[in-house]
Design a protein. Sequence first.
Length: 130
Amino acid sequence: MNNRLLIIEDNEQNMYLMRFLLEKSGFTVIGAENGRKGIEMALQCKPLAILLDIQLPEMNGYEVAAELKKHRDLDEAPIIAVTSYAMVGDREQILAAGATGYIEKPINPETFVAEIIDYLPKKQGVDHAA
Ligand code: MN
């Protein structure tokens, strides 16, 4: 069964924390530190979901989300924006760019995994709910 999650995040500490929490819950985590690499990995690995930072070098998260949405074979994988860049309108902008949902930083270790599971396609997400 596919339990791969792709995290696109340039901050090492955030990557470490998200990876730690998700692997502890049984997910396989694939990491990319920039958008270009993240798009490549998404196409290669067909992740269950994509966690996407907004403030990234070169390509920002809006551009990455828009690019990912062009690939029909990734349609099933929700894009979950993970960002502290919480200016008015950002939420609408990332949802308009194709994200399914939005999680705010700082990451809350108590609720993070449950929030991610809520965004997963239900038929597969159920297996991780226990
Ligand atoms: Mn960042």
